[in-house]
Design a protein around this ligand. Structure first.
Ligand SMILES: Cc1cc2nc3c(=O)[nH]c(=O)nc-3n(C[C@H](O)[C@H](O)[C@H](O)COP(=O)(O)OP(=O)(O)OC[C@H]3O[C@@H](n4cnc5c(N)ncnc54)[C@H](O)[C@@H]3O)c2cc1C
Length: 437
């Protein structure tokens, strides 16, 4: 039986590599090199669309842990990154051309991978197992089919993400817990109150801050309706934010009853309350500017950002509605999704999901059932993210908020993260040694 993989990007190549190594036949489809999406340019596979960085490479960093897990599982992307890496401090950066050449050569070296240059518009025309790994710029023909199959309301074309702050770095002498009008649980919302002068200073810096340069295909204003970047709202006038995300009404200080000029709200991001999401702060500001400007908010002066905000063109599905924890369609067990289109975000996360899907299909074909990765790994964190219900599902990078915390209390953050990483890698090693990986 042949497994059909649609898209020879980072995720699709990982699936193909994993299955081909195990001896399965694979057909790998891509519109390249005959046609290109609006973002792709290289005729090669595994194209890096923008930056040449695969981000941090230390175990105290969630993406560093994810990479370590992928290396343990012989990831194709990690092998090629290793061979083509260039100096980049604590990050893993690659020579993009050599990297793409490496991926392409390895994929083409397998006799059991047939590469087909074709736009797949209807995956159901292909027999057997299919993997849709067509990425954030999947062609219109295919997205039309996805919308018909899953419901238009479950397909998104734009991604607006607010920053996440490490709860331990918030100043609780300024910030206070309270829900608007006293609704909701005690620690669901954290509020950073502003006096008039503080608000005006923040407002002035925000409207003048440096933003990311958009690509031509991202300038479509229609995409921004209903989900404006915080700096765009601010540009509408000095008070626009006070009538929008920084509305102070219903949020007096719980102890003093004092009312404020403006309030920034942060919503709890994980069960344990280790991280808080800045409500309404989707933004085009560059990462250094986010750090500088958002640290002007009272209570966030020393904030560490676990994830920065961003907005970009991104096709993705409402995975918790559509997929099970194995990236497989609930309604059609022959169809898997992999990569950025599932709501994982980033090169490494996309490749990781491809590696996982390769393994899931292998375990299904070999054992007749799908085996899941150990609970405390970063890989499993990605699988939980795409399959856990959320009223507002958003793509995400891997963060420690997706990996269960330690049972014991370790105060030093670096030490705690290292212990989480050690736990994950040891669980994964044991997993690999016990099953036919
Ligand atoms: C403009 C842009 C810039 C980005 N920059 C970064 C960055 O700097 N760092 C980062 O970590 N992440 C970035 N991302 C996010 C993401 O990590 C990358 O998009 C990543 O390449 C996703 O991997 P993928 O395998 O899911 O999709 P892709 O790597 O995009 O692969 C999908 C493949 O499917 C093919 N395809 C599409 N439709 C069809 C079809 N119907 N039939 C056949 N083939 C098809 C495409 O040609 C492509 O080769 C960016 C995303 C975008 C949109």
């Amino acid at each position: 039986m042949v497994t059909h993989i649609i898209g020879a990007g980072l995720a699709g190549c990982e699936v193909a590599y994993f299955l081909a190594k195990k001896g399965y036949k694979v057909k790998l489809y891509d519109i390249k090199p005959e046609k290109f999406t609006e973002g792709h340019k290289s005729p090669n596979f595994g194209e890096l669309l923008c930056s040449n960085s695969l981000r941090g490479d230390t175990l105290t960093n969630a993406v560093g842990l994810l990479k370590a897990e992928m290396r343990l599982l012989n990831s194709l992307v990690m092998q090629c990154a290793e061979k083509t890496k260039i100096p980049a401090g604590g990050a893993l950066a690659v020579d993009r051309h050599k990297f793409e050449d490496c991926i392409t050569e390895i994929i083409q070296s397998f006799e059991n991978i047939e590469v087909v240059c074709k736009e797949v518009k209807n995956p159901e025309e292909l027999d057997g197992i299919k993997v849709i790994a067509a990425g954030p710029l999947a062609t219109q023909g295919l997205t039309k089919w996805i919308a018909e199959k899953t419901g238009k309301e479950n397909l998104f074309f734009f991604d607006a993400i607010a920053p996440i702050v490490d709860a331990e770095t918030i100043d609780y002498t300024r910030a206070f817990f309270a829900s608007r009008y006293g609704k909701g649980e005690g620690k669901d919302y954290l509020n950073c109150p502003m006096e008039r002068e503080e608000y005006l200073r923040f407002y002035r810096e925000l409207v003048n801050a440096e933003t990311v340069k958009l690509r031509d295909f991202e300038k479509d204003k229609k995409l921004f309706e209903g989900c404006l970047p915080v700096e765009e709202i601010a540009k509408r006038g000095e008070d626009a934010l006070r009538f929008g995300p920084l509305k102070p009404v219903g949020l007096p200080h719980p102890e003093t009853g004092k009312e404020f000029y403006a309030v920034v709200q942060l919503r709890r991001e994980d069960k344990e309350g280790r991280f808080y999401n800045m409500v309404g702060f989707q933004t085009h500001l560059t990462y250094p500017e986010q750090k500088r400007v958002f640290r002007l908010i009272p209570g966030l002066e020393n904030a560490r950002f676990e994830r920065f905000g961003r907005m970009h063109r991104n096709t993705y599905i409402n995975s918790p509605q559509i997929l099970d924890e194995f990236f497989r369609m609930k309604e059609d067990e022959n169809i898997f999704f992999a990569g950025q289109i599932t709501g994982v975000e980033g090169y490494v996360e996309s490749a990781a999901s491809g590696l996982m899907v390769g393994f899931y299909i292998h375990s299904l074909l070999k054992h007749g059932r799908i085996i899941q990765f150990p609970e405390n790994t970063a890989l499993r964190g990605l699988s939980s993210h795409i399959s856990t219900y959320s009223h507002n599902f958003q793509p995400t990078n891997i963060t420690f908020s997706l990996i269960p915390d330690l049972k014991e209390r370790v105060r030093n953050k670096k030490e705690r993260r290292l212990k989480i990483a050690e736990r994950s890698l040891s669980e994964l090693k044991e997993f690999v040694s016990k099953i036919d990986f």
